[in-house]
Design a protein around this ligand. Structure first.
Ligand code: HEC
Length: 474
């Protein structure tokens, strides 16, 4: 994204005056040390075409505020102690929550991409979409973005893919968000309900509603490696942060959460929860598996360390899709919930389980409301943007996505996303949203910043749940 010159000048003026537009000090996210040590530091020793490394100059050769500890002969990484010192230096050159007001990010960034006018060490990044720049930006944006970043750096042999399941079909379409073309089509998984991918991009896991199995698909071959029997008919699926466990929501009464060991490829535990389960999620900090029941109108919270039910949150109606907001330390702040027969969403305080807000989506003038085939879910599809500043909620009644700001939940825009939108997913950099229009057999691609449609991708029959992953590619 290119910033207009006037905005850049204004930003620089404000920067000089020491004013941070937008982010109040109290709301600024904390900077995470581990993310810095493991993700950001490697950037300082990496070689870019025709340029010296950051360390070569900032390891003592030039006297600036950006100082890196020297690396011992032959070492490729700093000690934790040295990393602390690097962290303290880098911290002084960034503004938490505001990458574009952070000298560490704007100084080596090309002027045409919004960088500042000159860096004695040269311009190291041509665009803000550069993977290294995105890594720095995610660190500066705070823990939620840092958590999302686990999927945003793209190693060799892998690429970002939107996985679009076809709920009336037998598989999924893989879309390349760089071109918006379908690159591969998976078949052999009948009525896939949910999908997730392993953190290393070597596998997809899909729930199979016909066989009552979790189907394990190898990437990039698309071979079905295993079909793991479940305790009943499944609905949605989620994966632990380390990728070692997959949680499957069992919709068949009495309902449960099946735990799949991804190394042994075995169903190792059936966790009793409150009621039959529709959707299941792992919270951004990885601590909890959160499962919702439609008939019991209850959210079950399962501790991922022990795989036991720790508490339940009853609400006023059936639990449909959910999304999560996080506190500066990365822990879960609120659960956003779409409810049966409610055209909007509610927010629930994660700590107390109390409903804290209820937002109803207004009617859209000039659009005819659709009430047919809603299956009790007028609003179905929720996602929080990777930087944690926007909430997108889709309406089957009007075929629109309603966009709200976070944390204050003010509607900031809406966009038409096709007939019967059911689910949506962001690209890892947060720039694009992919909405499954179940009634159009199409995925609508929307620019997240402008909230304008940029493409339509034809997929299979009745596309519902989708996911973003960095998969191994042919
Ligand atoms: C060839 C040497 C060289 C390399 C390589 C280099 N820099 Fe610099 N850097 C400088 C010099 C010289 C300055 C001081 C002049 C200026 O501000 O441009 C500087 C200034 C900076 C500043 C401003 C510090 C302050 O005191 O305000 C930042 C931030 C910075 N560099 C970051 C980086 C990063 C990040 C990298 C690697 C991606 C990098 N530099 C690579 C030479 C280098």
């Amino acid at each position: 994204m290119r910033r207009p010159t006037s905005a850049r000048v204004l930003g620089l003026v404000l920067l000089t005056l020491g004013v941070t537009p937008g982010v109040a000090a109290a709301q600024r996210p904390a900077l995470d040390f581990d993310t810095f040590r493991t993700r950001v530091q490697p950037i300082f020793t990496a070689r870019r075409d025709g340029l010296q490394t950051c360390l070569t100059c900032h390891g003592g050769k030039v006297g600036t505020r950006f100082r890196l500890e020297p690396l011992p002969e032959g070492a490729s990484d700093w000690s934790v102690e040295a990393a602390r010192k690097n962290f303290d230096s880098a911290r002084g050159l960034v503004k938490p929550g505001a990458p574009m007001e952070s000298r560490l990010l704007t100084h080596p960034l090309d002027r045409a991409a919004g960088g500042d006018s000159f860096h004695g060490g040269g311009k190291h990044w041509a665009t803000q979409t550069d993977a290294e720049w995105q890594t720095l930006a995610a660190w500066v944006r705070g823990p939620q973005a840092a958590a999302n970043m686990r999927t945003s750096a793209v190693p060799a042999g892998r690429a970002v893919r939107i996985i679009q399941t076809n709920a009336a079909g037998d598989g999924a379409h893989l879309i390349d968000p760089a071109t918006n073309l379908v690159t591969q089509v998976l078949t052999g998984v009948d009525i896939p309900h949910g999908v997730t991918a392993s953190p290393d991009g070597a596998r997809m896991y899909l729930t199979n509603e016909v066989r009552h199995t979790l189907d394990v698909v190898d990437m990039p071959s698309l071979a079905v490696r295993a079909r793991i029997p479940l305790s009943g008919r499944p609905n949605n699926v989620a994966i632990s942060r380390d990728g070692r466990k997959v949680y499957v929501g069992i919709a068949q009464a009495p309902g449960a959460l099946d735990v799949i060991d991804t190394e042994a490829l075995k169903n190792v535990k059936t966790v009793p929860v409150k009621g039959s389960i529709h959707n299941v999620y792992v919270t951004p900090d990885g601590r909890w598996a959160v499962a919702g029941s439609i008939p019991e109108k209850t959210i079950s919270i399962v501790d991922t360390a022990t795989d036991t039910l720790t508490r339940t949150i009853p609400l006023s109606a059936g639990i449909r899709p959910m999304a999560f907001t996080t506190k500066p330390d990365g822990s879960t702040d609120r659960i956003i919930v779409q409810l049966s027969d409610f055209h909007g969403f509610v927010t629930v305080d994660f700590a107390t389980g109390a409903e804290t807000a209820r937002i109803e989506h207004p009617a859209i003038e000039g659009e005819h409301p659709h009430r047919d085939g809603l299956q009790g879910a007028p609003a179905h599809g929720l996602a929080v943007s990777p930087d944690g500043t926007r909430l997108w909620s889709t309406s089957k009644v009007y075929g629109y996505a309603y966009v709200h700001s976070l944390p204050d939940l003010k509607e900031v825009g809406r966009v038409f996303v096709g007939q019967h939108p059911e689910w949506l997913t962001f690209t890892p950099d947060g720039r694009f949203v992919y909405v499954a229009a179940a009634g159009d057999n199409t995925v609508f691609v929307v620019n997240a910043a402008t909230m304008k449609e940029i493409a339509r991708v034809p997929v299979g029959h009745v596309p519902k749940r989708n996911a973003t992953a960095i998969l191994r590619v042919p």
